[in-house]
Design a protein around this ligand. Sequence first.
Ligand SMILES: O=C(O)CCC(=O)C(=O)O
Ligand SMILES: [Fe+2]
Length: 202
Amino acid sequence: MERQILQSLQSWPWQPSQSGRWKQDFGPKANFKKQQVKIPETWEGFPSCSHQLLELLRGKTETLRDFEAVECLSLWYDSDRGASHALHVDDLWLWGQRIVGVSLQSPSIFTFFDPVNSVCVRVPLPQRSAYLINGRVRVDWQHGILAEDIWGPRVAMTFRELTEPMAQTELGRQALERAKLPGARGFQRSRVCGGCFGLFLL
Ligand SMILES: O=C(O)CCC(=O)C(=O)O
Ligand SMILES: [Fe+2]
């Protein structure tokens, strides 16, 4: 399944992200500072491989039985660019309690930090493992990936749900419907004389 997922992700362009990472983002677009959210017209759902993966994850624990992902974010940590992910708490206004992710291609270590008590906990992330961030760890602890813990190319796929108030808005309902679509289709981009063209893969 890992190979299948990694292959399918190659159908989409990787966008440059922060701290040596690349990303592919499928979901609503938010301006967290202004607390505004939009549904991009071009967003056609998640890569089809992610539906199968989500089904598998939902079956792993009772806590995920009713998990309805609204965002699928793939991150590629490029070891050649010293990739890392600074300590942070995922946004609490838009994203709900549970954050689910899988680690592909190479292992790493999740660093958790409790700023109130200055406690640090390091959690190994084996290749092909899944994690669930939930409860107090989601809210009171920061999490991140240190550059020294990226030993090769690592791909993380993270799924997020909406907060309950957001899920009940018209926009939230539309976003959840969009996320359930059978699967976005990737395309490959080539630059020709400064322009772009899209080629759909069947
Ligand atoms: O690389 C990971 O698995 C964590 C990603 C993460 O914390 C995030 O995208 O907010
Ligand atoms: Fe995060």
